[in-house]
Design a protein around this ligand. Structure first.
Ligand code: FDA
Length: 584
């Protein structure tokens, strides 16, 4: 007999674990989360928060979304990546990033009701954790996962209470390993991985200093500094990252992973900060230093039996593109509703297999992209002539050459411009953030051919209601002028039916089949004189079915199925599809 029982035990209170707990509690599922430490993130590692993640927070509630914006640095200040020799030195170039370019901003605004922002992990984790605990999650801090055994009916996990030193057993129906890049849970279930750990060495130097005079006129989150040694290890180049504008900073500087790990003491941290800022007298209020390694590894399978892994436990990669915490929270959004429906007896266990099928390809995609982004700094160094020599004098001469009035210098200037512009794949890759289309048994084909991406799929989000894709966002309006997104009509742990005039039979079918299957199905007619009106026609243009057709949306906003028009037997069709998708 275990000491404690719960339905879902979650190991880790990082973005993945806290998001899972918050979602499960919102869906009314009993859960417990543990963390071996006494508190949450103590450094602001993750910060770039993309629209898809904000949609998860919005699904948790407008209060959760609003609180994120309250503490975040807004998109306008995230601005432009600066490439320079130091903050006081010469600026080599800049690129509009994170939706700063007006064309990119338009794509952001058309894609989602939410905004990208910069929310340090020290704010995101408490927000998710608070949401979880206030909605029912039991949290045990200073509690370390040791081991587990699973059987046909559940999982028995042994944890150590680090305050008393006593071991405690917890019996749960499912176990979630959200225990980060050194996941013991993933190791214990023997998840298969591809790639390798420890590709390059990095150090973080967190400090406070008012740097307004160097940066406030060119607001950005990331200031990339090219100095001798800045292409060694690390994330591609020396980085001065804004944590809070403009008085809290995180420097990321590389070291050679094949050499001894550097001892980053206060003297060294201060020197690196002074070099990158370019002020030999800079006084910093050093908050912390740490070293870490860049990894290039992803799980090809994310679960075994009743144990599911997510977040950095399954995708281990450098922070390039800012995808780690975002993807971790999105893993949670994919798994939580499936666990909830299975635990409530509304879906068969086979539904849980779709977590692997849907999220393992995303793990591979983001690990590959993040590592590729590091290599894409190379052309900038090359164009500046910084790879031709290790002699600082010669390197400076090569960089200076670009100001000459010669054909070679003109070619060099063009090469620098092109190399910086190509970093759009790291700093404005909206498609990487938004374009996930799932293929699994939890998606029902509608017989159509998948629409190919018309533009670069890494850079541009392309809306479609093709089954497996995220339902497109469009604003719809009620009689009182209230404006909601089509995403707001979906989610919240429920399947949703979206239809139009002539689709009443789908609404009736949703009622009948929902009652039969014991499912809470939402149904909305969007059209003139209906509760929701599509005044702009944006939804009609996006939905890819006729007025009387249906788009059936899963709780995670992904399209489960669609039909061009009303079926001869709408209830029969809806029953068939839901039973298939839910493995009933
Ligand atoms: P995470 O590591 O955050 O949490 C693991 C949890 O498990 C912790 O609570 C830990 O205490 C707990 N744990 C571990 N072992 C345990 C055990 N045995 N028993 C109990 N508890 C245990 N991402 C992003 O989206 N945007 C960004 O801009 C950035 N930027 C960024 C910059 C830098 C410098 C770094 C180093 C990283 C980023 N990231 C990022 C990545 C991001 O920080 C990372 O992907 C997430 O923290 C991963 O979240 P997880 O919840 O998966 O693991």
């Amino acid at each position: 007999m275990a000491d404690i029982t719960t339905d879902v035990l979650i190991v880790g209170t990082g973005p993945a674990g806290s998001a899972t707990a918050a979602l499960l509690s919102s869906y009314g599922v009993e859960n417990m989360v543990i963390n071996r430490y006494r508190w949450l993130a103590n450094t602001p590692r993750a910060h770039i928060t993309n629209q898809r993640t904000m949609e998860v927070l919005r699904d948790l509630g407008r209060d959760v979304e609003d609180e994120a914006y309250l503490f975040a640095t807004e998109q306008d200040l995230m601005g432009e990546n600066i490439f320079c020799t130091s903050l006081t030195g010469e600026e080599i170039g800049r690129m509009k990033s994170w939706g700063k370019h007006p064309l990119s901003r338009a794509e952001h605004q058309l894609s989602s009701p939410t905004h990208m922002n910069d929310l340090p992990q020290t704010f995101m984790e408490p927000l998710l954790f608070k949401t979880a605990c206030s909605r029912g999650t039991q949290a045990r801090m200073s509690t370390e996962y040791l081991s587990h055994v699973q059987d046909d009916a559940g999982v028995t996990t042994t944890v150590r209470d680090r305050l008393t030193g006593r071991d405690v057993t917890i019996r749960s129906k499912y176990l979630v390993g959200a225990d980060g890049g050194n996941s013991k849970v993933a190791a214990d279930i023997g998840l298969p991985f591809e790639g390798r750990m420890g590709v390059a060495g990095s150090m973080n130097i967190l400090f406070k200093a008012d740097l307004s005079k160097y940066v406030a006129h060119r607001p950005s989150v990331l200031y990339w500094v090219m100095q001798p040694g800045s292409n060694v290890g690390g994330i591609g180049m020396g980085l001065v990252r804004m944590v809070r504008p403009w008085n809290e900073w995180l420097i990321v500087w590389g070291y050679d992973i094949n050499g001894p790990e550097p001892k980053v003491d206060e003297a060294m941290a201060t020197k690196v900060a002074r070099d990158l800022v370019g002020d030999p007298d800079l006084q910093i209020d050093l908050r912390s230093v740490s070293t870490w390694t860049n990894n290039d590894m992803y799980a090809t399978q994310m679960s075994k039996g009743r144990v599911f892994c997510m977040g950095d436990a399954t995708h281990r990669h450098p922070p390039s593109n800012g995808l780690g915490s975002n993807t971790s929270i999105q893993d949670a959004f994919n798994l939580a509703w499936k666990l909830a429906l299975v635990l409530k007896g509304q879906a068969g266990e086979h539904l849980l297999d779709s977590y692997n099928a849907e999220r393992a390809p995303v793990a591979k995609q983001i690990v590959t992209r993040a590592n590729k982004s590091i290599g894409e700094f190379g052309p900038i160094f090359k164009a500046l002539g910084l790879l031709d020599s290790i002699d600082p004098v010669k390197m400076q001469q090569n960089m200076d050459a670009r100001v000459e009035n010669t054909a070679d210098a003109e070619a060099q200037r063009a090469a620098i411009r092109e190399a910086i512009a190509a970093k759009v794949y790291e700093f404005d890759a909206h498609g990487v953030e938004m374009n996930q289309r799932y293929r699994s048994d939890a998606v029902a084909a509608d017989g159509a051919t998948e629409p190919p991406f018309e533009k670069d799929a890494e850079l541009h989000y392309q809306w479609t209601t093709y089954p497996g894709a995220r339902v497109p966002h469009a604003w719809v309006f009620d009689d009182h002028g209230t404006k909601v997104s089509t995403l707001d009509l979906c989610g919240k742990g429920r399947f949703s039916v979206l239809t139009g005039i002539g689709g009443d039979a789908w609404v009736a079918a949703a009622k009948t089949v929902g009652a039969e299957l014991g499912l809470d199905l939402a149904a909305h007619i969007i059209g003139p004189r209906q509760h929701w009106q599509d005044f702009t026609g944006d939804w009609a243009r996006a939905r890819e079915v006729r007025d009387s057709g249906i788009v059936l949306v899963r709780p995670d906003h992904h399209v489960a199925w669609r039909s061009e028009t009303v079926a001869a037997d709408p209830a029969g069709e809806l029953r068939r599809v839901l039973k298939a998708v839910l493995a009933r």
